[in-house]
Design a protein around this ligand. Structure first.
Ligand code: SF4
Length: 121
């Protein structure tokens, strides 16, 4: 058996304590996550980007971004409202952000990286 140095043993113990590792060791829940998402009103609404309100609702990027629903809830009490953190101020779905081309290039690189990393995009 290979001898492990002290820092290697500590690192291995920490990795086993990591929440993701603990979650992997637990048994699967009786109801699959996809069923919970599909049958819960709040998840159904959040996933339906046509129901977004405020500037997120009129934004051309609502299907790729959609804003943060937690911040919308925090700011207005409506989790389907607009994301108050966003700098973009769309008039309607034809308003183009000055960073659209750059974001597209970054996303292409991300998609390429995810494909080779096994992300399935
Ligand atoms: S870019 Fe801004 S306005 Fe558009 S969906 Fe995202 S958070 Fe909302």
């Amino acid at each position: 058996m290979r001898h492990l140095a002290g820092h290697e043993r500590r690192g291995r113990r920490r990795a086993l304590r990591h929440p993701a590792r603990r979650a992997q060791r637990r048994e699967r829940p009786e109801t699959p996550i996809r069923d919970i998402v599909a049958n819960t009103e709040i998840f159904r609404r959040v996933l339906d980007r046509n129901q977004l309100g405020g500037k997120c609702g009129r934004c051309r990027y609502k299907f790729t971004c959609g804003g943060c629903r937690a911040m919308a809830l925090f700011a207005s009490g409506d989790y389907m409202g607009e994301d108050p953190q966003c700098f973009f101020e769309p008039v309607d779905e034809t308003t183009v952000c000055e960073h659209e081309a750059e974001t597209g290039r970054v996303f292409e690189r991300y998609a390429l990286m995810a494909r080779y990393a096994g992300g399935g995009i």
